[in-house]
Write a protein that binds this ligand. Structure first.
Ligand code: KG4
Ligand code: ZN
Length: 339
């Protein structure tokens, strides 16, 4: 079969991104225009600003992706676009753009699930990785423990009941005055702190052993800070950050280990923005090694929201015959495995 060249578009949150990916794993360009600096002013993503910025950026980002790849739209075999989950106004920009190009140039369109994209980021640098495998997706909006049964076939084993892991990092970072986005900042100061300094809870969800809950941990950190303030005690934020981070990691690694034991995964991957956390990676890698499981993770640039991962996922959907029509719409709460 001849090569399948996919132009991928991602605009679900605060990055406007486009990429050209050949045969799902060969990334010819990966352009990301981040809005983080803009949203930092407000301490988090402002949906209206995100949509407007996507509109301003999307054409340039796509042109750049084609230029870097040395291609034009005439070379493209399919367009992959994130259509959910995410912010509706942000998703709509990418979806409308993809539909317009598809219609104007007669190129097939493939709607992609954002989480399927995060999982598929693992295929890009690990050419030998094939399903089945287990995957932990940890981002600002999601915390999913997934059984990847085959390309495009997912079974959700566990998910967060409240805050996503990245969201907890962002909220705790704000509480200790580190600002947005919190994940990288907590990780940085944690290197100077003691992860055993403060005993924060490792929440278990009664009745569903693979689910997560991070709101109790977040409250415990806030209570600790209030307690210190009331007693006039100094808050060592390096220790708070390191102890919080360790509590999150212990729960993520613990649930992943349980899933590996029960489902007998031989391969385990992590994905999403939080997966660029080096301490989490090391803990996952050590656990996997102890279980005789091969561990996979994408480079940081492929962990954060990007379009190359959407191109990887779109390729396998394209091979499976998935084609979206001009009625493709943004679905803000799209479930994984649902079309
Ligand atoms: O996947 P992503 O870029 O966007 C979503 O789809 O949500 O994830 C962003 C999230 C943010 O909450 C950010 O604080 C977190 O990932 N994050 C991290 C790290 N880098 C980003 N969390 C912990 N450690 C990091 N190094
Ligand atoms: Zn994401």
């Amino acid at each position: 079969m001849s090569d399948v060249k996919i132009l991928a578009i991602e605009s679900s949150c605060d990055e406007t991104a486009a990429a050209v990916v050949v045969n799902g794993r060969d990334v010819r360009s990966n352009i990301i225009s981040s809005q983080i600096d803009l949203h930092t002013l407000y301490g988090g993503v402002v949906p209206e600003i995100a949509s407007r910025k996507h509109i301003e950026q999307i054409n340039q980002v796509i042109e750049e992706a084609l230029k870097v790849a040395g291609m034009t739209l005439d070379d493209i075999d399919a367009i992959g676009v994130t259509y959910g989950p995410g912010l509706v106004g942000a998703l709509l920009v990418g979806v409308a753009e993809a539909k317009a190009i598809s219609f104007a140039k007669g190129i097939p369109l493939v709607g992609v699930h954002h989480i399927e994209g995060h999982i598929s980021a693992n295929y890009i640098e690990n050419k030998e990785l094939e399903p089945p495998f287990g995957c932990l997706v940890v981002s600002g909006g999601h915390t999913h423990l997934v059984r990847v049964a085959d390309y495009g076939k997912y079974e959700i084993l566990g998910r967060t009941r409240d805050d996503a892991a990245g969201e907890a990092f962002d909220k705790v970072a704000r509480a200790i005055g580190l600002g947005y986005p919190g994940g990288p900042k907590i990780e940085k100061v944690s290197h100077e702190g003691n992860p055993n300094a403060i005993e924060f809870p490792r929440a278990k969800v009664a009745g569903s052993e693979y689910d997560f809950s991070f709101s109790g941990l977040k409250s415990a950190v806030l209570n600790y800070i209030n307690g210190c303030n009331m007693k006039g005690e100094e808050i060592v934020r390096e220790d708070v950050a390191a102890s919080f981070q360790q509590a999150v990691i212990d729960v993520l690694v613990g649930n992943a280990k349980k899933a590996i034991d029960e489902f007998g995964f031989k391969k385990f991957a992590i994905a999403g923005g939080v997966a660029s956390n080096q301490t989490l990676r090391k803990a996952m890698e050590d656990m996997c090694m102890g279980q005789g499981v091969t561990f996979y993770h994408p480079s940081p640039i492929l962990c954060t929201d990007n379009a190359a991962m959407i191109g990887a996922a779109a390729y396998y959907e394209f091979l499976a015959g998935t084609r979206s029509g001009s009625d493709l719409n943004a679905v803000p709460n799209l479930k994984l495995g649902e079309r």
